[in-house]
Design a protein around this ligand. Structure first.
Ligand code: ZN
Length: 449
């Protein structure tokens, strides 16, 4: 297998769509839906977290993206969206385990009844991953690179642990894991990357801030560390606890790449990667994925034994450049009815049979499992389907309180049932919220419209 080309590397980044291109679908959506906040919000989130550990989520309802970032289709697709300025890491972990993703502060879940592509959440068992020939070739390339070579080659580390192979590849590489935040140096690398790799000529600083430097995640301590006690805030590996980070790659003091990642209670979730195109020969997409898998293992060993998985965003079978995500094994795909993780080998055959969309759990039958036959037209993506709620849960859902802000600035908190009497369509949005997030998660968040 050949090592990935720079363009394949860049596809890794589509896992969360291209963030600031004026042509990018998600940026159009997010620009339109933006609440206007452009600040990094790190201090604000840290401060707020002292007072309250509740997530605040504004339900935006069904939205439409005008162009698909994966297949380029202009017919667009529907997604259910929410906006959050404050989200606990545990709540975001629960959301991505039900198929949600974030782009900046926008949270979204695709409606597969009206989507050109199927989006399956994929997770890799980082503790069990073994390097294959193509990844070892990338590591050999790093060891031999004149660019990275200092005083002779590193010893050949084949046969030792993945971490040893990945982390000790070059003397002149320095890494810095820092809370996600803006710097001019990062923006200049990002702008150069967008121009060279995505042909995006108008990446702005504000767009960069909004999508890759701003996160709703509140920094928080991991629940259970390996020693059974809280990890100190000054832990060098995880200075602020769980949250959104930039993993910065420097060669001889020059910033060459930034991996945008969320460190959550059970995983490291890759948000985006951008790098200096001058360093394309180093296969930074592949190397950074190995690096992030190694980070999961390190966090598992030193910080919290619950951190075990590496999330690479969505696996999109209709996009050939996305299939590389399946090469990191063992891996699972998320079933959107039962929210169970199913080993990917069991999913791939079913995906081949039903390329438009399918669910995987064999124990479920007769509830819109596939979209591609006339007899079985999906009315709504299963994860959003109010039909998944029991009668009791529907009653409970309508008792949930939502804040609603009027034009004059006055805000009211009212049960959904009261709001439904005066606002058309609220009931469906409450049901979509509870079906997709689960009633228990919806209950512990401060929700608003
Ligand atoms: Zn598409």
């Amino acid at each position: 297998m050949s090592s990935p080309s720079p363009s394949q590397n860049s596809e890794r980044l589509h896992s969360s769509h291209s963030p600031t291109s004026s042509k990018s679908s998600s940026s159009e959506e997010s620009d339109r839906l933006s609440s206007g906040s452009d600040a990094d919000g790190l201090d604000e989130r840290a401060r707020q977290n002292d007072k309250s550990n509740k997530s605040r989520v504004q339900i935006l309802g069904m939205q439409r993206r005008s162009k698909c970032g994966y297949c380029g289709t202009r017919s667009g697709s529907r997604f259910f969206a929410a906006r959050s300025q404050m989200l606990t890491c545990a709540d975001y972990q629960a959301l991505i385990d039900r198929g949600w993703r974030r782009s900046g502060t926008l949270l979204y879940l695709t409606d597969h009844s009206d989507s050109c592509c199927a989006y399956y959440t994929i997770r890799t068992h980082a503790l069990l991953v073994e390097l294959h020939a193509s990844e070892k070739k990338v590591l050999r390339k790093w060891r031999k690179s004149q660019l990275l070579r200092d005083c002779g080659m590193r010893p050949n580390n084949s046969g030792v642990s993945l971490e040893d192979q990945v982390l000790t590849v070059a003397d002149r590489l320095q890494m810095r894991l820092e809370p996600a935040g803006f710097s001019e140096e990062k923006y200049l690398v990002f702008e150069k990357y967008q121009r060279a790799i995505h042909g995006d000529l108008d990446s702005t600083r504000s767009g960069f801030r909004r999508f890759l430097c701003t996160s709703p995640l509140l920094f928080e301590q991991p629940k259970a560390d390996v020693h059974g006690e809280d990890v100190s805030l000054s832990d060098p590996l995880l200075p602020n606890g769980l949250g959104s980070y930039h993993q910065c790659y420097y060669i001889d003091g020059r910033l060459v790449a930034v991996g945008v990642i969320d460190i959550l209670p059970r995983c490291v979730s890759s948000v985006y990667l951008f790098y200096d195109p001058d360093f394309s020969d180093l296969s930074l997409g592949t190397y950074s994925a190995m690096r992030e898998i190694a980070l999961v293992r390190e966090l598992h060993r030193k910080v919290s034994s619950q951190i075990e998985y590496y999330y690479m965003g969505y696996f999109v079978p209709s996009c050939p450049k996305m299939t590389y995500k399946a090469r990191w094994r063992p891996a699972d795909l998320l079933d959107l009815i039962t929210f169970a993780w199913i080993p990917i080998d069991r999913c791939l055959e079913r995906i081949r049979q039903h390329p438009a969309f399918c669910t995987f759990d064999p124990s479920i039958d007769g509830r819109g499992l596939v979209r591609d036959t006339e007899q079985n037209v999906l009315k709504l993506t299963p994860a959003l389907d109010p039909g998944l709620l029991s009668e009791e849960e529907r009653v409970e859902a309508m008792l949930l309180e939502f804040e609603i802000r009027l034009e004059g600035g006055n805000a009211f908190r009212l049960p959904a049932a009261s709001l439904a009497r005066v606002l058309e369509g609220i009931e469906q949005e409450v049901f979509h919220t509870c079906a997709s997030m689960s009633l228990s998660l919806a209950r512990r968040m401060e929700l608003s419209f």
